[in-house]
Design a protein around this ligand. Structure first.
Ligand SMILES: [Zn+2]
Length: 415
């Protein structure tokens, strides 16, 4: 099989910019990063001259719901109520392809209906559907009376029933234990737990007990699964960390004490603030959004300085956040919250891959999976280059070119 060679590109390796480097891809892996002067190309190599362009790792969408499509808050739980499962499967497949073509070669689920993450993961792995590699998540876990359990009692609709809704409503450790095991049986890798509301959901809501959270984490671990929690407030985040939760979605009230705890526990945190930006004036006021961002501008910079492992990912699939716009979240952090582009690119590459628990992903280095992007421009200098489909010149996933506007060259000169 011919190797694929990228020469003369400006390389961001997932951690740092390493300047001009040549990259050789063999099979599904990066075989070499350096200078072709030391590792001359072979006659049958397929060579791309990417001078003036940036080569970086495929990005990770750390918080995904492929079944979300033009949804509006707060009735987000209607996700699976409007269409039959087969319809939702086609919608999710289309969203997966859009996400991949936008440069996101890996997706970590944050709640899916009808076991769609698992089905899509398997279809993509079998080569039947085009999409990112998927870390599959299942139903949303929440207690009775939680903001997700919004359907009136007189409807007599229980979300854990097949005709119910997205969520698995449980009460008490025994019910949570059983439902976590059911998710394991269905093939998920991640449990999504809602110990509280907030961040797009009503904040005054029923909360989980410590015993319930601890049971979910313990049962998930025994099944080989991890737990991610929708949590924004300090007391609930501390409760989650004490129970051993791996991932905190949102974490809006990040402060120095929480940052130290995140570092100590090795917890991944997804601020997911693009939702707040795009729904300002719809679900909350612009003034509230501005205050939120003023706080985040300082708290995220502090978290970066302390070494918190942030990851990019948000609720794409809501009406205001179409799938494929994922890189706009990165632009927000750099352009409006003044965070360093290098850090934010790490969130979307090496940090995201670590959160996905795929050790040979998220870097451009020999031996790593060849998930690569060729960007027309330099996202470190201009992050918005990632949001322009025209400037994503190539998307490669596991050595396969899934999108390209580049022509392979012959007789390329190496600088
Ligand atoms: Zn979500």
């Amino acid at each position: 099989m011919a190797r694929i060679v990228f020469c003369n590109g400006n390389v961001f390796d997932g951690i740092d910019p390493i300047g001009r480097a040549d990259i050789i891809v063999e099979g599904d892996r990066v075989a070499y990063v350096g200078s072709l002067a030391a590792e001359p190309p072979r006659a049958d190599d397929c060579v791309y001259d990417v001078a003036g362009k940036t080569v970086m790792p495929g990005m990770v969408a750390g918080h995904g719901h492929f079944s979300f499509h033009d949804l509006t808050l707060p009735r987000i739980m209607d996700a699976d109520m409007q269409h039959p499962p087969a319809y939702m499967g086609v919608v999710a497949a289309r969203n997966a392809q859009r996400t991949l073509e936008a440069g996101f070669t890996t997706y970590v689920g944050a709640g899916s209906v009808h076991n769609l993450d698992v089905v899509l993961r398997n279809l993509i792995a079998d080569g039947l559907v085009l999409g990112p590699r998927i870390v599959a998540c299942g139903r949303d876990f929440a207690p009775t009376g939680h903001a997700l359990d919004y359907k009136p009692e007189h409807w007599n609709v229980r979300p854990q029933t097949p005709t119910g809704s997205l969520g698995a409503l449980c009460d008490g450790p025994d019910e949570f234990r059983r439902e976590v095991r059911r998710e394991a049986k269905r093939g998920v890798e991640m449990i999504k737990l809602y110990p509280e509301g907030g961040h797009g959901l009503p904040s005054r809501t029923v909360r989980l007990s410590h015993a319930e959270i601890a049971t979910v984490v313990e049962t998930a671990a025994l099944c080989g699964l991890r737990v991610r929690c929708h949590a924004y407030s300090k007391p609930v985040i501390k409760q989650c960390l004490a129970a051993g939760v791996a991932i905190i979605d949102h974490g809006d009230h990040l402060d120095e004490e929480l940052a130290a705890l995140f570092v100590e526990h090795g917890t991944y945190v997804l601020p997911s603030l693009y939702l707040a930006k795009m729904t300002a004036g719809v679900y909350h006021s612009q003034a509230d959004c501005d205050a939120w961002f003023d706080y985040a501008r300082k708290s995220l910079a502090m978290g970066i300085a302390m070494g918190v492992k942030f990851v990019a990912g948000d609720d794409f699939g809501l009406l205001e956040l179409p799938h494929g716009d994922n890189a706009r979240e990165l632009s927000l952090y750099v352009e409006e919250l003044d965070l360093p582009a290098r850090e934010v690119l790490r969130w979307a590459t090496s940090n995201g891959a670590a959160m996905a628990a795929i050790p040979d992903l998220g870097r451009i280095a020999a031996g790593y999976l060849a998930d690569l992007l060729v960007i027309d421009g330099d996202p470190l200098a201009q992050i918005a280059a990632l949001t322009d489909a025209q400037r994503i010149a190539m998307v490669m996933k596991g050595g396969d070119i899934v999108k390209s506007t580049l022509a392979a060259a012959s007789g390329v000169s190496f600088r």
